[in-house]
Design a protein around this ligand. Sequence first.
Ligand code: NDP
Length: 287
Amino acid sequence: ILIPSLGLVLAFWFYSARDTFKPEMLRGKRVIVTGASTGIGEQMAYHLARMGAHVLLTARTEARLRNVVQRCLELGAASARFVSGTMEDTAFAQHVVREAQASLGGLDMLILNHVGASYFGFFDGDVEHVRKLLEINFLSYVAMTTSALPMLKESEGSIVVVSSMAGKVGFPFTVPYSATKFALDGFFSSLRQEFAIQSINVSITLCILGFIDTERAVRAAAEVLLERPAPRDECALEILKGAALRRRELYYRYSSTRLPLLLRDCAAELLDYLVRSRYRLPATPGG
Ligand code: NDP
């Protein structure tokens, strides 16, 4: 009895130790954060700065990035810099990665977080908008990953992909956005399999987020969603913990993401219904 019990205790201890996040894990790490001028990306930059990481931030708005970089330096970042530009342009996505090589001499973590503007409402049939959003929310993620891979292989680093519940289950009113987030799951989950086959020690953490209190999300959905948004600074920290622990997927918050998703394979229609029931729905003609 004693030996199996001891085995269990040791296994539990090993599992807990493996699971423990320490801010030192990110000290001195060279990290790119995209979409870092506002919202969750901005908060991740501040957490990384407090942990003593080197941060390279990007988004379009130079004035905001300048302020975020300044704050990161005040908070204790090992170094902080930015590159501004649009992720509609694949060449820009690749340029950001080259900048990490030039200024940081390598890369430990690539955090793909930016998101292009879209509408919140019934699908309007605008195919060009879907194409543009795929370029910003999906293709630029692919381009940055491809360019960063040699550096990440060398550092045995991490890729962090910020996605959404809308990238795991059909959501109304965000059809183009959901399509781009589903695409990320397909690409990065398949890539993870190939890394395993090729023994490439680069982790991929797919982050499945619920409703978070960023300005953009609250402006778009607070009136319609019957749910309180979760705080963006806590969300940002949970993403970094998941990334440092090289988690396969990260769910935040668990109760509004992982738990409902348990229904997906056994009761998909019930899950669809539960998703719709979270909305204050507009009256439809004849409905
Ligand atoms: P924000 O709108 O607050 O931030 C988006 C960031 O992306 C900004 O820094 C913005 O900066 C940048 N960005 C927008 N367009 C472009 C572009 N064309 N090229 C380069 N950068 C661009 O978003 P959130 O913080 O709310 O979201 C962050 C991530 O979390 C996203 O991937 C989102 O899908 C995901 N998420 C968020 C949820 C929420 O409720 N907030 C829920 C689920 C997932 P700038 O305008 O200066 O370019």
